[in-house]
Design a protein around this ligand. Structure first.
Ligand code: ZN
Length: 211
């Protein structure tokens, strides 16, 4: 597959996900300038447990995430995963037993070809040398949270949206739950609550970007 890799690299040369400067390393990487200039934040939120995010949801971050989610740039996951893993290591207290994610619905996954939160979680898990585990399924297709203004409407919109998958995998465990964006934390709260009710000991959350 080496020849194919070379052709793909010509067609889609690896770039920094944020400023799209060509990477020298043959894979997408965070360039030095973005490393310095991205809107790093100590942002945190409360779901049922601790939650953090690594970047402020600025325009440049938003554009990168849009390309990641809708523009086929799934290769960005490696860079985003490293950013997330570092934020988790520095700012979330305590160890966790497994890495999981807030899933998109099946129709959405089918249209997109991948689940961006799963890719992120897998990239974070790889930093720890483990596999990301599916613990939730999205069983109802709800309106996007971004279209809803009030906290109350957002909370209501995620009620009953998730169901736990194979609770035996996470019963009694401390779960690190990954998503791409957090705004009010309503989605994380609903997902974490579902896991807690299904037997998780504790759920801590991390998103790449937040506002
Ligand atoms: Zn850059």
């Amino acid at each position: 597959m080496k020849g194919l890799d070379a052709v793909l690299r010509l067609l889609y040369p690896p770039k920094c996900p944020f400023c799209r400067t060509l990477s020298l390393d043959g894979k997408p990487e965070l360039c030095q300038q973005c490393r310095r200039q991205l809107p790093w934040t100590e942002g945190s939120f409360r779901g049922p447990g601790e939650g953090i995010y690594a970047l402020r949801y600025s325009d440049v971050v938003r554009q990168a995430l849009l390309r990641f989610k809708f523009g086929g740039c799934s290769a960005y996951a490696a860079v985003f995963g490293e950013i997330l893993a570092q934020a988790v290591a520095e700012r979330l207290s305590g160890a966790f037993d497994l890495v999981s994610y807030v899933p998109v619905s099946r129709p959405r996954r089918w249209v997109r070809g991948y689940d961006q939160a799963q890719l992120l979680a897998q990239a974070v898990a790889e930093v720890y040398g483990v596999q990301a585990v599916q613990t939730l399924r999205k069983i109802r297709h709800n309106r996007p949270q971004s279209g809803l203004r009030s906290q109350q409407a957002r909370r209501k919109n995620v009620v009953g949206v998730y169901r736990a998958v194979e609770p035996g995998r996470f019963a009694g465990k401390r779960v690190l739950l990954i998503d791409d964006i957090v705004t009010t934390g309503a989605t994380f709260s609903a997902a974490a609550q579902t896991l807690r009710q299904a037997g998780a000991r504790e759920v801590v959350c991390a998103a790449l970007a937040g506002e």
